[in-house]
Design a protein around this ligand. Structure first.
Ligand SMILES: [Zn+2]
Length: 188
């Protein structure tokens, strides 16, 4: 067990869950699991399409919230330290800034990610327009927009884990087992 790779995207989850994920990773099962569940890609390739996708969700679920100024892909945005780095803890500065600017930035990794994960991150960021902290009200809003929000967020963490553990095969659409790489690629 001591040689198991760290799981930065799953910080805060129970040791039992982490052990399960390590096993899936070790057996090369994480990719096939994700490919089976999240085969659907999306066509949201640029900032304009991203804005429209966010707007559609907002109009449906958060019509009364102030309009969005801007929605864009940001290649400098780190998923871990942004949307997912505060799974249990709160980043007040980040929340306030988001709320004040009514701007949504989505890490570029979501451009290639399965459709369900792009929706999940848009739901997450839209909910921040109203609730700046990761508290009960925030997650209630998330599950209002996406009833399976918690499953999606967990599986997104698995996706990011898988992605970094097998840098040669970013796509989960191909379900075949991947050769194990000896070095993780930190440049993703
Ligand atoms: Zn957040």
């Amino acid at each position: 067990m001591s040689s198991a790779p760290p799981l930065p995207y799953l910080e805060g989850y129970s040791p039992a869950v982490l052990a399960q994920v390590q096993e899936l990773l070790a057996q090369g099962q994480l990719g096939p699991y994700l490919a089976g569940r999240y085969g659907e890609a999306h066509e949201v390739r640029n900032d304009k399409a991203l804005y429209l996708a966010a707007l559609e969700l907002k109009d449906r679920f958060m019509r009364n919230t102030a309009p969005l100024n801007k929605v864009l892909y940001d290649s400098k945005l780190q998923v871990l330290s942004h949307a997912l780095g505060t799974h249990t803890k709160v980043s007040r500065v980040q929340g306030r800034r988001l709320k004040a600017s009514r701007e949504i930035r989505v890490a570029s990794v979501f451009r290639e990610a399965p459709a369900a994960f792009l929706k999940m991150i848009l739901v997450h960021e839209l909910a921040h327009l109203k609730e700046s902290e990761h508290d009960k009200a925030f997650y209630q809003l998330c599950t209002h927009m996406a009833p399976d929000y918690f499953q999606l967020e967990f599986d997104l963490r698995l996706y990011l884990t898988h992605r970094e553990s097998s840098p040669a095969t970013v796509s989960v659409r191909e379900g075949r087992p991947q050769p194990t790489s000896s070095t993780a690629n930190p440049s993703c």
